[in-house]
Write a protein that binds this ligand. Sequence first.
Ligand code: PEP
Length: 243
Amino acid sequence: MRQLIAGNWKMHGRLADIPAYAAALRAASAHTDLLICPPFTLIERLAAALAGAGVGVGGQDCHGAAQGAHTGDVAAAMLAEAGASFVILGHSERRHDHGETSATVAGKAQAAIAAGLTPIICVGETEAERDAGEAEHVVRSQLAHSLPAGFAGVIAYEPVWAIGTGRTPTEADVVAMHGAIRAALVEKLGEAGKGLRILYGGSVKPGNAASLLSLPEVGGALVGGASLKAEDLLAIAAAAPRG
Ligand code: PEP
C-alpha cells in the first residue's frame, strides 16, 4: 500500500499562502498519498486550489453531533461539504487543550465516518508515561476507547514529547509501538485491523523521514511543523519507500 504523508498545519496558514503551496504540490509527482489538513477556514479554498491534483484535504477536528447548539464547533458533514475527505481526531493538543477524552474521540470518529470522512485517530504517551514504562499500556487504552466499533480509518502514533520538540523515539521504540498498535487493531477489528495504516508523527523532517518511514508497520507520517513548507512535505514524501 502507498504510504500516506499527511500535513497538519495546526493554527497556521493564511489565504495568501494557498496559491504557492498548491502550485508546489501540483508540480510534484509524489509516490505516496498526500493530505493537507489546514485550519477550517482554509479547507474550501485549499480543496479548490488542489482540485484534480490527487491531493486530499482534511480537517483537524469535528464535533460528535451532526448539528446543534455547539458554538465554535464544526460538524463532520460541514467539513465534507467544504471539500475535506479526512479529519484528524484526538490530537494530543485537542486532548490537552480541550480536555478531550478517548470516549469523546470515539464519538467524533463515528460522526466522521457517518459523514463519509476518513478519521485519523491520534494516540501517544507523555514523557512521564514513557519514563514510567507505561507507554504501551497508555496507547493500548487510548486505542481501546477511541475507536468506535467497526472502525475504518487511520491511526497516528504521536508520542506527545516528540511533537514540535525536534526529538524522536529510537527506531526500536517506534517498531515496538507500531507492532503493539497493529496487534491491538487486529484484536479489536479482526482481519480488517491488518490493513489499516499506522502513521508515525512527532518531529518528522526531511532529514529523518527515510529512516522513520522505512520501519515495519509504519504506513506514513503525520507531519506538523515541516508541513508548512510544501518543499519539506514533498521531501518527506520522496523519502518514503514505494508501496
Ligand atoms: C503534529 O502535531 O501532529 C506533529 C507531528 O507535529 P510536529 O511534526 O511539528 O512534531
